[in-house]
Design a protein around this ligand. Sequence first.
Ligand code: NAD
Length: 272
Amino acid sequence: SLTTTLKLNNGTEIPAVGLGVYKAEPGDEVYHAVRSALELGYRHIDTASLYANEEGVGQAIIDSGIPRDDIFVTTKVWNDEQGYEETKAAFKSSLERLQMDYVDLYLVHWPVPGTFTETYKALEEIYRDGKAKAIGVSNFEPHHVEELLKEAEITPVVNQVELHPQLQQQAVRDFCEKHDIKVEAWAPLGKARYFDHPVLQDLAVKHNKKPAQIIVRWQYQSGIITIPKSVHKERQQENVNIFDFELSKEDIEKIKGMDADKRLGAHPDEFD
Ligand code: NAD
């Protein structure tokens, strides 16, 4: 169910399926998206300083009446906020906008060259202060993690990367597994750009599900944390109605065959 969790390397638990809110408009749109998701049983919300909607996320959580510690909240430090002191200030601002005294997970959004190690040192301090229950990274290639681990004292709990059937990230997954870092999928639905792919269509017919549900189920069965985004209640419901069927080995092989090294976003070595 939506309260099914995965255990992170520091012992904390993360709901395996959550709601992403990138591009949910600040104000009403994000507020109603989070309220409706919480009503449906979602207990994990993924935001970021970049998304400029932390206020709405925080207000929706307060107004839901659900105890704060029943909900898992992730936010991230943006690229122009990185560096040791800068990150500490950025984190404080995020907490204020969220109206929270801690977050469940704080991530380095992208590996800004020359800066991400210092940024991560601030995250370690935030973690030791108890203001982030877990810390991690996003858009890190294995070489970025290797570089980070030379200096870091705390292993990141997750690496959030672009991951969907056409970008399956096997190298990142193998590397993270070796280091006990969970992989979290962003753009898990491939931004809904190829729901008409014949493999997804066939599996949808076979299981009497929608392509989006086939994808989320595949991530769930693969032990990958997933945060599909929708601001519409019906789609939010659809995206998580995945706990009543199972993909077979052969189904998973077919999805494996969709891998095409096809990125929808920037490469972690080339972003700006
Ligand atoms: P996604 O793959 O979740 O696709 C979202 C889009 O798919 C929606 O805007 C909607 O148009 C469509 N959609 C959703 N459910 C649908 C359904 N059931 N039927 C039809 N269409 C549907 O893409 P995303 O929003 O980019 O990624 C998910 C989350 O990952 C983001 O909201 C954000 O929280 C996170 N993210 C993180 C990074 C990063 O750098 N760490 C980058 C991008 C996104």
